[in-house]
Design a protein around this ligand. Structure first.
Ligand code: UT7
Length: 331
């Protein structure tokens, strides 16, 4: 029998949306000098979803949000705040969050975007947790929505095989049910920012014909360095988060890590001394969807019945910035 729980900030609904168009490794073989064998062996990715030309993060985020609301048995007018984590906002401004407020028909509640690259969703989740705990807001929608295909250089084999588009959403409110939040850890290191960046298009380097010619409006990544930093940061944030909760690593039933590379996840499992079977992956189907990875994965794991009552679930993210984040939940 499940024990009675105090009402605490919890994830009470999840939703996900991925575009219909599938780009397979075999398609990429015709675009750049690569092979299905290299991509699968070095990353674990087999295919990714690509948004339509006019399909934006706000469209994908709104679809995921409506699903999360329905699963929480709530309506858009129940929401008190919208936080959207994205690196690929529809427009520089207005924010994607404001566009989602309008698209889902929410009241005129606060809505803002949050930029912490691939860690953005967990940054938003932690904000939501505290705002609900302090009773500043009752019901918060947190979304991770990305159209990375719009900032990928489709002639650069080092990066174009890695990324995909999609959105995931959760509803956070006080509840005795759902995934109650136990502890979190967030961090950043700006000194390593140049290893993963989109140099042009911001105020430091506004778009010009010259920098567009050099492809500086696209993701630039020092892959090997990012790989090493990712493993170290994810291990360290996971350990800090568990320490805050006073929970031994082996009591984690399920891990949802950022979905950048299967080899990163394998190394993380080894370092945390947890069996790989406890780690959820969907990167073979979606690639790296940045801030959308974790909420999509959480939704898929829950709907597949992979997370059972009273199980402790650890979410771990890493991204440009650098940024990292982790969050421990109990279902
Ligand atoms: O969201 C967080 C951000 N992203 C990450 O966490 C990504 C972290 N990094 C990685 O996942 C890996 O470093 C990559 C998948 C990006 C690259 O894998 P790697 O094993 O580190 O390969 P590498 O960059 O050292 O390249 C090895 C070789 C190179 O050829 P040479 O110089 O040895 O002749 C590359 O040019 O593989 C070549 N290569 C490719 N070959 C076929 C690089 N990309 C490709 C490709 N197809 N797509």
């Amino acid at each position: 029998m499940q024990r009675l729980r105090e009402p605490k900030p919890a994830i009470v609904g999840t939703g996900a949306y991925v575009p219909a168009k599938i780009l397979r490794n075999s398609d990429l073989e015709r675009m750049v000098e690569t092979s299905d064998h290299w991509i699968v062996e070095r990353t674990g990715i087999r295919e990714r979803r690509i948004a339509g030309e006019k399909e934006c993060p706000s469209d994908m985020g709104a679809a995921a949000a409506m699903m999360a609301l329905e699963r929480a048995d709530l309506q858009p007018y129940d929401l008190d705040l919208i936080i959207v984590a994205t690196t690929t906002s529809d427009t520089l401004f207005p924010s994607t969050a404001c566009q989602i407020q309008q698209k889902i028909g929410a009241r005129k509640i606060p809505a803002f975007d949050l930029q912490a690259a691939c860690s953005g969703f967990l940054y938003g989740l932690v904000m939501a947790h505290h705002l609900v705990a302090q009773e500043t807001y009752r019901t918060i929608l947190v979304i991770g929505a990305e159209k990375l295909s719009s900032i990928v250089n489709w002639t650069d084999r080092n990066t174009c095989v890695l990324f995909g588009d999609g959105a995931g959403a959760v509803i956070v409110r006080k509840s005795t049910e759902g995934g109650q939040m136990i502890s979190h850890d967030l961090g950043s290191d700006g000194s390593q920012g140049q290893v993963l960046t989109v140099p042009a298009g911001g105020s430091r380097m506004p778009l010009t014909a010259e920098n567009i010619g050099e492809g500086l409006q696209y993701i630039q990544m020092v892959g090997k360095k990012v790989f090493r930093l990712a493993v170290d940061a994810m291990e360290s944030t996971a350990r800090t988060c568990l320490k805050k909760a006073g929970l031994p690593t082996e009591e984690v039933s399920y891990v949802i890590p950022h979905q950048a590379n299967l080899r990163i996840i394998e190394l993380l499992a080894e370092r945390l001394n947890l069996p790989l079977e406890r780690f959820f992956t969907h990167l073979e189907r979606y690639g790296n969807t940045s801030a959308a990875c974790i909420p999509i994965a959480l939704h898929e794991a829950l709907t597949a019945g992979e997370i059972r009552p009273e199980e402790k679930v650890l979410l771990i993210a890493f991204g440009g910035g650098l940024t990292w984040a982790s969050s421990l939940l109990e279902w």
